[in-house]
Write a protein that binds this ligand. Structure first.
Ligand code: AMP
Ligand code: MG
Length: 492
């Protein structure tokens, strides 16, 4: 295989810093690896150097840990993090390796393997990822991408002959994923704990879209940008009905993408308290708590920045006034975060309801709509569909769903119709397909049992085009509601 020089993109300098944050370590190969899923559309966006062999058989050697990417030495990253509100000083990639950097149009990606064996950061555990968890992360990553919501890109799932001691036993798998950066809020918590300011400065400068010369003067601008991105991300999750499930600070990306899709799900019956994660008994990360969870995490990040800036002020008193002003900007960005997220959420909902103005009145209608869905235990995705169908077919009484026929709903409909909803806008804003938890669970279970990934491929195709009517089996009307409590798992 030819390995042209330009195929080797090293890690950025700010990750090679001599901080102890980045450790060189080898993936541990999977036995008898096989590509279960490969994301050809994503692979097609990569600007492969001419002559680079991208046949699946060759890529599999890299993606299964059997061979190093030409010219790149794998690394794992350290991080800390607040997990369910409690600080864990030493986490890190306990089962993940960055194995390459790739160039795509106007962006660069890190290619990371998850489930590729133990690393110097492993505390406990076998360093492996069960196949079911890899398949789930792949599906949800594609579903969010289909909805236009930023998320780490699912590149491939590799399955193997190795069985993991889980309940039930499962094949060991590797999920290969792409991101501009796998750094998390927990990364800066790790550095702040060690007062490793040079590494923190270079990371913040490296991530900042418009870096300025003096490292200390990048913190506020970068933090404001991240607040904006996470407000957009959180607002999009909320209007899409997505529950991340484990919003610990080590699972919140410093580039504003959805990261670490473990016990996540899309809600079906609308309930602000919807919480699927088996490890979240108290519902800390339930659907309606997500905006606050992001705010809470950003507050922890602001504390790291405050520590860094106050250290610099003590060292260089002549900078104090300037750095105090920077810190004020950080505080201001944090206090603007929740209102910004809420207005993005409500703007998304306004579109789904065809409310062009997205003004105060529209926001009130959105809130009343959600309470209507909650009171009547209505399926979130189907509700927009039913409202649209009834409106677009001339408000025929026979087509009016029962939950829209109550007195409360009547009052809401009256106000809503006065706002003159735009049906074309509604049609564009409402997906025809949502990856129901019941379907995902069933498909993943069957794929693991039968070692056959063809139905998941079909399902992922529907995820990629959520605004196109899916096969009848997966339409809103056919939503499969599993009996009993629905639970999702971290897949550790
Ligand atoms: P996660 O639930 O994937 O966000 O993981 C939380 C922490 O546990 C991270 O530091 C992981 O690297 C680590 N971890 C999870 N599962 C395993 C495993 N099977 N082996 C080693 N480390 C793990
Ligand atoms: Mg994680």
């Amino acid at each position: 295989m030819k390995t042209p020089k330009q195929s080797v993109l090293p890690l950025p300098a700010w990750l090679s810093a001599n901080s102890g944050l980045v450790k060189a370590c080898q993936p541990q190969p999977l036995s008898t690896p096989r590509l279960a899923l490969f994301n050809q559309p994503l692979a097609d966006t990569i600007d492969w150097p001419s002559g680079f062999d991208t046949t699946p058989a060759t890529l599999l050697q890299y993606l299964s840990g059997h061979q190093n990417w030409p010219g790149f030495s794998p690394v794992s990253l350290g991080y800390a993090g607040h997990q369910f509100g409690i600080f864990a000083a030493q986490l890190g990639d306990g089962r993940a390796h960055i194995i390459a950097r790739l160039q795509a149009t106007q962006r660069r990606y890190e290619l990371q393997l998850k489930g590729s064996g133990t690393t110097p950061w492993t505390l406990s555990g076998d360093g492996r990822l069960p196949l079911s968890a890899a398949l789930r992360e792949y599906i949800y990553s594609e579903a969010l991408t289909g909805l236009g919501i930023p998320v780490t890109g699912a590149f491939a799932v590799v399955t193997s002959a190795t069985r993991l001691q889980r309940n039930p036993a499962e094949p060991a798998a590797i999920l290969a994923r792409l991101s501009a950066s796998h750094l998390r809020i927990g990364t800066l918590e790790w550095l702040a704990l060690r007062q490793d300011w040079p590494s923190m400065d270079s990371i913040v400068m490296g991530l900042h879209k418009r870096p300025v010369g003096s490292p200390l003067l990048n913190y506020a601008g970068w933090y404001c940008d991240l607040c904006q991105r996470l407000a957009r991300l959180g607002g999009s999750w909320m209007s899409a009905g997505f529950v991340h499930g484990v919003l610990n600070t080590d699972n919140i990306s410093l580039v504003g993408e959805t990261l670490d899709l473990g016990p996540c799900a899309f809600i079906d019956i609308f309930d602000p308290n919807a919480c699927f994660s088996a490890v979240d008994a108290a519902g800390r990360y339930r659907f309606a708590a997500q905006p606050h969870a992001l705010f809470w995490a950003l507050n922890k990040l602001a504390q790291c920045i405050a520590q860094r800036l106050s250290f610099a002020s003590a060292q260089q008193p002549e900078l104090k006034a300037r750095l105090d002003a920077e810190l004020e900007k950080v505080k201001h960005a944090l206090s603007a975060f929740s209102p910004t997220l809420e207005s993005i959420w409500l703007a998304g909902l306004s579109q789904r309801l065809g409310l062009v103005a997205a003004d105060e009145k529209a926001h009130k209608l959105c809130q009343a709509w959600l309470s209507l869905l909650q009171d009547n235990k209505v399926d979130y995705h189907r509700a927009f569909d039913e409202l649209y169908t009834w409106l677009s077919q001339g408000k025929v009484t026979a087509l009016k769903p029962a939950w829209l026929s109550t007195t409360k709903a009547g009052l809401w409909l009256h106000e809503y119709q006065q706002a003159d909803p735009d049906l074309a806008m509604m049609r564009k804003a409402n997906p025809s397909f949502s990856p129901r938890l019941g379907w995902v669970d069933m498909l993943v279970r069957q794929a693991c049992e039968n070692d056959d990934f063809s139905n998941i491929e079909r399902f992922v195709s529907a995820c990629r085009q959520p605004f196109t009517k899916p096969p009848a089996l997966w339409q809103h009307q056919a939503a499969l509601r599993p009996k009993g409590l629905q639970r999702t798992f971290c897949g550790t």
